[in-house]
Design a protein around this ligand. Structure first.
Ligand SMILES: Nc1ncnc2c1ncn2[C@@H]1O[C@H](COP(=O)(O)OP(=O)(O)O)[C@@H](O)[C@H]1O
Ligand SMILES: [Mg+2]
Length: 231
């Protein structure tokens, strides 16, 4: 991917996400993570090479900023997806309620974004992304702005949602432990390229406790070392 101003953002990327597979990308700022996501979303066209997304795949996004509409309640924010897709009112409401229930917000459906904590706003954003039952969910550092405890809770939530629904996903993070805990494969990026790939062997759903095991520490250590070598 070469941008119009001549910036060569990505070179020699060879990457596939299988249905129901969660792949994470870790790498330093500016190495091209967001560019890969924008390519996968069809927001950018590659200047060289080929990119295929299954023809009828539904794709959805979660960004670091939850991007909620301030004048809409949590429920109406999630319902918006159904509105845009022309679903009948009752169906979109039922889906939005189920989606908010799944992220632990059954009691907060009538609240506006300003009445919610950062973690709760991110839960609404996740509910909104998954309500359309995407084949491919794209996450760009979704938990990067949250405090550590909230972040761990949301990792566990996403782990459980993923185990139950098995959407394909590309997930960008700066956190090596987040990448290892969530994903089936960690792709370690250096400037403009994928430098290494580390498979994560554990079945989903993974207990939060797995993060405190020696095997986990060993794998995160391995990824961190590769990251340092690649940067
Ligand atoms: N629209 C653009 N035009 C020119 N260069 C860009 C554009 N978008 C991103 N870049 C450059 O491409 C590289 C990768 O950016 P990005 O994918 O945002 O990195 P990351 O998400 O890993 O921090 C950076 O050098 C960035 O400055
Ligand atoms: Mg980025």
């Amino acid at each position: 991917m070469v941008f119009e101003d001549g910036t060569r953002a990505l070179t020699g990327i060879d990457l596939a996400v299988a249905p129901g597979e969660l792949v994470t990308l870790v790498g330093p700022s500016g190495c091209g993570k967001t560019t890969i996501l924008r390519l996968a979303a069809g927001l950018l066209a590659p200047t060289e090479g080929e990119l295929t997304v299954a023809a009828d795949a539904t794709t959805s996004f979660v960004f670091q900023d939850p991007t909620l509409l301030e004048w809409r309640t949590a429920l109406r924010n999630v319902e918006l997806v159904g509105e845009l897709r022309g679903l009948p009112r009752e169906e979109r409401r039922a889906r939005a309620l189920a989606g908010l229930d799944a992220v632990g917000l059954a009691d907060a459906t009538a609240k506006h974004p300003r009445q919610l904590s950062g973690g709760m706003r991110m839960r609404v954003s996740i509910a909104r992304a998954l309500v359309s039952e995407p084949e491919l969910a794209l996450f760009d550092e979704p938990f990067g702005a949250l405090d550590e405890i909230t972040r761990l809770h949301l990792q566990t939530l996403l782990q459980d949602l993923f185990a139950a629904r098995r959407f394909g996903a590309l997930f960008i993070t700066h956190s090596v432990s987040e990448a290892v805990y969530l994903s089936d494969r960690v792709l370690v990026m250096g400037p403009g390229t994928i430098a290494a790939e580390v498979p994560v062997p554990w079945e989903h759903p993974r207990s939060p406790e797995v993060r405190y095991t020696a095997e986990f520490a060993e794998l995160t250590g391995h990824v961190s070392r590769l990251l340092e070598e690649a940067s």
